[in-house]
Ligand binder design. Structure first.
Ligand code: FES
Ligand code: FES
Length: 853
């Protein structure tokens, strides 16, 4: 019997167990999160006798006789201070890391009431945040220290109008750990799901024998492909991803599911997996696009191995290159990247008494999840309801079904609630990554440094399944020539199926890769011309009324040049500074139906804003509240934002393509205008029960439209980032100037920029996702994610010039923030040592690691 104090109370634990497991499952403490289970992320941080320690690598025996403290055990005063400081500083995004950060902060402040910035950084070295870039977390801790020292909590920003730094409405519950992520849920009689994955990237599955597993004590169901009542192949656009691999079928990657187990305990479910017998015939996997496109290569899908081919042609690039005074041509390679959102995937499916199924999820679109589950079960849409809980980060990696359909199928068969949560290693194995690409870029210009042509050939390794590979290839191509006025472009991109993990959406959506190539070529061109890297960009920069490389005319709100001017002083005063620019669309564009939908319902004397748009950490609910408050004049207390729920909230589309602030934001503005009209003659109470529903549809032209100037996307954001190295070659400062149209909430926008820049730094310098014959070898701790001690000064410059009333002029910011960072860093090293680095992570920098395989 182990005995220790937990949050001031004596507890007795009958047998030794993992401390994190005990705290979450037995003590039901939800502030302690399982981000990795392997001691790398710090989301499980607790105080043990006043020292910050990771609960996932402790056992109850190790804390015998000691005092364990979690966020739930903080004094009321401390809770108030930390909740205020983190909300006010804008330190909370997805929130999954935050209680762990609070514990590390408490460990520091209990010893040192007035820590220096360096001491705060040191105290956070055991905690990873994937969202914020740490800047505002460090600020929040300094604010908390001051408030605790002085005993005063200054008043919070009290306006929630557009343009104000309103604190996030979900900050408090995330700081204190009371907000619910799916894995925090428990329901009576709940079973635990587990999934048997393929042993090989490519193998014929000859036989799956589940008889022994089915008989294992505690097991309630073992399902295989034959147990799927509806469609077995799912997917966003192309339905090529099997819910489970069937006998007689080949596996396509090591994340493929072969069988599902539901059992009364996690242990029983895992044990049962070991008892499933699979007879494989191992086959040689296709590990590169070249292998997959070779003559007589086996076809991984009935349609062949070429998933997508995108062509963007305007003018005559070949002729322009032949006539150009200066031409630069290089081949670049970029690696796959893991999203590393802090919350591993989890879903809970609950059969209801009326024969329906409710699925609690934490993805990027409840309606996408709904479509997939309904198709798989072969039932009418109303049979399934999907409700989102808090989402612990996504970045594109939670757009595909990962656990939702499996939990649903198990619950459907057992008619019992089933929760399925991936371990970190499974999460890394299963969900799609950022596309690895090979990019051959030729860029030409005249004597004045005007770019005359860009020719590019881009090959992406799609991995096993399409996911969003087609649209990613399109964006890589449509944005390949950057935000410049270039008349001749010839861009071809292909995506090729292989037996590597699937590639899909990832913040930047293909543009992170092509921007690295284009901007790096520009640096060499500038050198040949004797121009500064700033000057060549300024001479070619797109302005309102000019034609973008894809043919679209830049609108009046285009403020790209303003971002270049905003960084000119810092660029000029640091002779070796690197610089890069980018553009990124808001919305799906290219003629794809794209609609934001919002219903405002007056309920209980408040305006309830209903939208299915997912908040994965970007602060969407607060943005919606600010837009409705600004439009109607109602105060924050009179407005509430509903969680995404397919039974209540209209389909606002996926949180992807930097679209929600614009699309759902505009729908919210229009719905709020209708409410405002009624508020002229009625009080809110008098409007009880009324509903105001509006849609905003972005009208765009398809790829390769025959219009001379097609509208590819409804809006573009533009950015310039500058990187300053210190004498040792480490990054001292990054200045990020972004044309954001208009900041609905400047604190939120800065948080996106800081987080995106740090993610971009990781992409540039340390992050990698090595594969050994198609099998990922990385653990969470070896992905190369940056910790706060590595983060330099990040200065955000917001350019707001868009007068368009659409969504108050806001443009999407979610993706562009991490696009120019890698080439800007590459540019700084190029200026430092003259070596053009053509691969990521950049070789030969002070950050370079030995590649792990
Ligand atoms: S869950 Fe313990 S360190 Fe990540
Ligand atoms: S807020 Fe830190 S991981 Fe999301």
């Amino acid at each position: 019997m182990m005995q220790f104090k937990l949050n001031g109370n004596d507890v007795m634990v009958p047998e030794d167990s993992n401390l994190l497991e005990y705290l979450r499952e037995d003590a039901c403490l939800t502030s302690v999160k399982n981000g990795c289970g392997e001691g790398a992320c710090g989301a499980c941080m607790v105080l043990v006798d006043g020292k910050a320690q990771r609960a996932c690598i402790l056992t109850t025996t190790k804390v015998q006789g000691k005092a364990v403290l979690t966020v739930e055990g903080l004094s009321e005063r401390e809770k108030e201070v930390y909740a205020w400081a983190f909300a006010e500083a804008g330190a909370v995004q997805c929130g999954f890391c935050i209680p762990g950060m609070v514990i590390s902060a408490k460990a520091l402040l209990d010893q040192n009431a007035n820590p220096s910035p360096a001491e705060i950084k040191k105290a956070l070295q055991g905690n990873i945040c994937r969202c914020t870039g740490y800047v505002k977390i460090e600020k929040a801790i300094a604010m908390a220290a001051k408030a605790l020292r002085e005993g005063i909590i200054p008043p919070a920003e009290n306006s929630c109008r557009v343009g104000r730094r309103a604190p996030r409405i979900d900050a408090r519950e995330k700081v204190l750990g009371t907000g619910e992520y799916v894995d925090d849920l428990k329901v009576k009689g709940m079973l635990y799901g587990a999934v048997l994955r393929s042993k090989y990237p490519r193998a014929l599955v000859k036989r799956i024998d589940v008889a022994v597993a089915r008989a294992y004590p505690g097991v309630e169901a073992v399902l295989t492909a034959g147990d799927i009542p509806g469609e077995r192949f799912l997917g966003h656009i192309i339905h090529d991803w099997p819910v489970m691999i069937a006998e007689g079928e080949e596996t396509r990657y090591v994340g493929d599911a072969l069988a599902l187990v539901a059992a009364s305990s996690k242990t029983a479910a895992r044990q049962a997996l070991q008892l499933i017998q699979v007879e494989y015939e191992e086959r040689t996997p296709l590990l590169s696009p070249q292998e997959a496109l070779a003559d007589r290569a086996p076809q991984l899908h009935p349609s062949g191995n070429l998933l997508a081919r995108t062509v963007l042609k305007r003018g005559n690039a070949t002729a322009a290159i032949a006539q150009a005074k200066y031409v630069v041509s290089h081949k670049y390679t970029t690696p796959p990247t893991e999203h590393a959102f802090l919350e591993p995937e989890s879903a809970l499916a609950v059969p209801e008494k009326d024969g329906t199924l409710t699925v609690y999820t934490g993805g990027q679109s409840v309606y996408d999840e709904h479509h997939g589950i309904v198709a798989m079960l072969g039932v009418p849409g109303e049979t399934v309801r999907v409700i989102s809980k808090l989402v612990g980060g996504g970045f594109g990696g939670k757009e595909d079904l990962s656990v939702q359909h499996h939990a649903a199928l198990l619950a459907w068969h057992t008619q019992k609630p089933v929760k399925l949560t991936l371990s970190r290693s499974e999460s890394i194995l299963v969900h799609p990554k950022r596309h690895p690409m090979e990019l051959e870029f030729t860029t030409a210009c005249d004597e004045q440094g005007r770019i005359t042509a860009v020719q590019a050939y881009i090959v992406a390794d799609k991995g096993a399944y399409a996911s969003l590979g087609g649209p990613v290839m399109q964006r890589a191509c449509t944005h390949a020539a950057g935000p410049y006025q270039i008349k001749n472009v010839d861009i071809v991109g292909i995506g090729v199926y292989t037996n590597n993990p699937p590639a899909g959406a990832f913040r930047g959506f293909g543009v992170t890769q092509s921007c690295f190539a284009m901007e790096s070529n520009l640096n060499e061109l500038a050198e040949q011309l004797g121009l500064s890297p700033w000057e060549i960009r300024f001479r070619n920069a797109i302005e309102p009324g000019m034609v973008l490389p894809n043919g679209q005319i830049a609108d009046a709100g285009t403020a790209f040049k303003e971002t270049l001017l905003a960084v000119k002083a810092v660029f000029d005063t640091h002779p070796g500074a690197g610089i890069a620019c980018a553009m990124k669309n808001s919305g799906l564009g290219v003629g794809v139906p794209d609609v934001g939908r919002v219903k405002i319902k007056v309920l209980g004397g408040r305006a309830l804003v209903c939208t299915s748009a997912a908040c994965m950490g970007q602060g969407l609910a607060t943005v919606m509240l600010q837009i409705v408050a600004e439009t109607t004049g109602l105060g924050e207390d009179s407005i509430q934002v509903h969680v995404p729920d397919t039974a209540i909230t209209p389909d606002g589309g996926t949180s992807t393509a930097s679209r929600q602030t614009v699309f759902t934001g505009e729908a919210a503005r229009q719905a709020a205008l209708a409410l405002k009209e009624d508020l002229r003659s009625h009080s809110l109470a008098e409007l009880e029960g009324r509903e105001y529903y509006r849609e905003y549809q972005g009208i765009t032209d398809p790829m390769n439209s025959d219009k001379p100037n097609p509208v590819s996307h409804v809006a573009y954001g533009y950015a310039t980032q500058v990187v300053v190295l210190d004498e040792a070659g480490r990054i001292e400062k990054i200045v990020a100037a972004h044309d954001i149209g208009r900041a609905i909430n400047p604190t939120t926008v800065e948080g996106q920029i800081e987080g995106g820049v740090v993610m971009g730094m990781g992409y540039a310098l340390t992050e990698d996702f090595p594969l050994e014959k198609g099998v990922p070898t990385a653990k969470f701790g070896t992905l190369g994610l940056l910790r706060c001690g590595t983060v330099p000064v990040i200065e955000c410059l917001l350019v707001e010039k868009n007068l368009d009333p659409l969504a108050y002029g806001a443009k999407g910011i979610g993706e562009i923030v991490c696009i120019p960072t890698a080439p800007a860093i590459a540019g700084a090293y190029y200026r430092r040592d003259g070596k053009l680095r053509t691969s990521l992570p950049l070789p030969e920098t002070p950050y370079s690691r030995t590649r792990r395989t």
